[in-house]
Design a protein around this ligand. Structure first.
Ligand code: SF4
Ligand code: SF4
Length: 325
């Protein structure tokens, strides 16, 4: 009997999503026995040509990991779509742009200038910035060229399923693989995760308290029972899709938002700002002055990296032009 074909195709990723597969432990052996691996450069010695030679639409399940940030990862995304019967955006970077998406606070030229000329650790007297065709010691190299902005997978090709997380939670990986291998995938467009927020899974006590000060995580030892947000620590739980069993707040660490926006919310950062404004009591009737509000908000260090850590390319803004190099 023919086994289902599986491919795991990387974009701009850190390979952390691969580890979530290995976290399946012994079950990963069962998965590997049940499938025919068509491509998985982290684990199998298969070449890109092997993947390209397969007929279009012949791979039952393709997991695409990582964002799309240059012409090479863009080509890999298109290849993944051509070959896949079912394409899953696997992990926060593929789903929302993820950490690589934070590059969208700067221009492509600004990033290259910073990396190759301006950074303190760089010695580059000629000011050379590598471009697509680069000559190095007499050898001509073709290197991938950055896109103007980092994109999520579905900003490049149609995506069938989403499995968010950084890395994706083990139980959701198992759920998706089981569904795919048993031919029981849910309707296209499904996000593997909960239909509620991280707060709904969190066991901490919420008392509807208002905060007067925003603290950074290292500035206090949080009460292990009470809601972190109500202790003044920015916890992205209210704005983040559940499905991870609230693992971070469970171990006294605030949620960073890696499961992406809550169902029905288009913009995770905007949703979080709304949660923040309600916990700091910004309702008109409280009579908080603009100056008090400004002082409180200024206590959020790195607001963009806090509220849009994983989702800037999929936010309503998508990118921020000309902020910094
Ligand atoms: S804000 Fe954080 S700590 Fe508070 S209930 Fe939500 S997930 Fe738990
Ligand atoms: S609690 Fe938040 S940061 Fe932690 S795994 Fe869940 S969604 Fe990701």
């Amino acid at each position: 009997m023919n086994k289902p074909r599986l491919a795991i195709i990387p974009g701009a990723n850190c390979a952390g999503c691969d580890y979530s597969l290995l976290d399946l432990g012994e079950k990963v052996i069962e998965v590997l026995m049940a499938v025919d691996i068509a491509y998985w450069p982290t684990a199998a010695d298969l070449k890109l040509e092997d993947l390209e030679k397969l007929p279009d639409g012949s791979i039952d399940l393709v997991l695409f990991e990582g964002a799309v940030n240059n012409d090479e990862t863009e080509e890999m995304a298109k290849l993944a779509r051509r070959k896949a019967k079912n394409l899953i955006a696997f992990g926060a970077c593929a789903c929302f742009g993820g950490i690589p998406g934070l590059a969208n606070v700067a221009s492509k030229d600004g990033i290259l200038r910073k990396a190759y000329i301006k950074s303190l650790s760089t010695v580059n007297q000629q000011g050379t910035i590598p471009c697509k065709l680069t000559r190095l010691d007499g050898i001509e190299l073709t290197i991938p060229e950055f896109l103007e902005s980092v994109k999520s997978l579905d900003q490049v090709v149609n995506v069938d399923y989403y499995l968010p997380g950084c890395p994706p939670p083990l139980k959701l990986v198992a759920e998706a693989l089981t569904a795919a291998l048993s031919g029981k995938l849910p309707p296209k467009g499904t996000v593997f995760g909960s239909m509620k927020s991280v707060c709904d899974d969190c066991k901490r006590i919420r008392e509807d308290k208002k905060i007067t000060e925003i603290k950074r995580y290292h500035q206090l030892i949080p009460d292990p029972e009470r809601c972190l947000f109500e202790q003044g620590i920015i916890c992205m739980g209210p704005a983040t899709r559940g499905g991870c069993d609230a693992v971070c707040p469970t171990v006294n660490v605030p949620c960073r938002g890696c499961m992406g926006p809550t169902p029905g919310s288009q913009d995770q950062g905007a949703r979080m700002l709304s949660a923040l404004s309600s916990v700091i009591g910004l309702e008109v009737e409280t009579g908080v002055s603009d100056e008090e509000v400004r002082k409180l908000i200024l206590q959020v260090k790195d607001p963009l990296g806090t509220f849009y850590r994983y989702s800037l390319p999929k936010s309503i803004m998508r990118r921020v032009w000309g902020v910094r190099e």
